[in-house]
Design a protein around this ligand. Structure first.
Ligand code: DAH
Length: 332
């Protein structure tokens, strides 16, 4: 009997060593119970002394394995990854509700503002070709203005990740005739070192308004109005002369610094202003390139969208927008 019990013990110990799921454990456990029952059955014909000893051994075996089954079950319960079945009795972890990313939030706010103002939305591809990204925006291959945007090429020199959303202007004009008012939000890419103000992938919102009598005053109003609808009427928007090959005249657009109210701080490098967009009256060469008359008039602008959530939520560093720092997200 003793030997028989040791064999059984060895056999079930081996089985328990390889068991990985509750399901398997249940099978082993019921087979074990059957074996124990048979062992007790074998006692029937034993002499009283033998019976006593066998009873003791079988009970020891039974207690030993019952404890082992219990321990393994608890182990499986506490590490659900090793069980293959679903245990519906386990309490669910606390539900953490996600939030909309600040970039998307401010982007949508801008889109809503422009929609209210009568603009429609146009999209373009992120993988572009040289023709739309540069050539048709009055930047032939030899143009030094190309150096302002260090480009990621997928296939040099023609296939690239768009370095701005201005290419959507060209795509839209090739397909549509004026008058129209569009914006085009999206991601753009440049070979930029990561620093507090730069990331190699960022968001822009392009704007293009083409129609009879459109002028610079309309451009100034549209940009100032849209920014003030988001940041409040006390926000100031400043236009200063600048150069872009696809607009003439061109303007750099600054917003009074939200962090310090225009007094000057670290974020605005003490100037009280933050550069947030480029803009201007569309260059006749661009109109001509898409098959319009050179006398066509219209304005265009491009907001650097990453700056806006920084200002709106008062986030000092742009790269924070892409770091999964929960302590930041929980505050927004
Ligand atoms: N494409 C420019 C940039 O990425 C921004 C810009 C400037 C867009 C002038 C425009 C514009 O539409 O007219 O820096």
């Amino acid at each position: 009997m003793k030997n028989h019990i040791s064999e059984i013990k060895e056999d079930f110990s081996g089985k328990l060593e390889t068991v990985t799921a509750t399901e398997g454990l249940q099978i082993i456990e019921s087979s074990f119970k059957k074996t124990v029952k048979e062992l007790f059955g074998e006692m029937k014909n034993m002499a009283p002394d033998e019976k006593k000893e066998a009873g003791q051994l079988i009970n020891d075996l039974k207690n030993d394995f019952e404890a082992r089954f219990k321990a393994i079950k608890e182990k499986f319960l506490n590490s659900p990854s090793v069980t293959s079945e679903m245990d519906l009795s386990i309490a669910s972890p606390e539900f953490v509700r996600g939030k909309i990313h600040p970039l998307i939030k401010v982007g949508k706010m801008m889109e809503d503002v422009y929609k209210e103002m009568g603009f429609s939305i146009a999209y373009g591809p992120e993988i572009e070709n040289d023709k739309h990204n540069y050539e048709m925006l009055n930047m032939p291959y030899y143009h030094p203005a190309r150096d302002m945007q260090d480009t990621f090429y997928l296939e040099y020199p023609n296939v690239l990740l768009r370095s701005h959303t201005s290419c959507v202007q060209v795509r839209y004009m090739l397909e549509n005739k004026p008058p129209f008012m569009i914006i085009s939000p999206g991601v753009v890419y440049r070979v930029d070192e990561i620093d507090p103000q730069h990331t190699p992938c960022f968001y822009q919102i392009e704007g293009l308004v083409v129609g009879e009598g459109i002028n610079l005053a309309n451009l100034k109003w549209a940009m100032t109005e849209s920014a003030q609808r988001i940041f409040g009427e006390s926000l100031k928007v400043r236009f200063s002369p600048c150069y872009y090959p696809y607009t003439e005249p061109s303007a750099a657009v600054d917003m009074s610094c939200i962090m310090c109210g225009g007094k000057g701080c670290r974020t605005c490098k003490g100037t009280g202003w933050m550069r947030v967009a480029g803009a201007g009256m569309v260059h006749p060469n661009v109109f001509e390139g898409v098959g319009y008359s050179r006398d066509t008039v219209g304005f265009a602008f491009g907001w650097g969208l990453n700056r806006l959530p920084m200002l709106y939520f008062k986030i000092a560093e742009m790269r924070k927008l892409f770091e999964n720092e929960l302590s930041l997200w929980e505050q927004l």
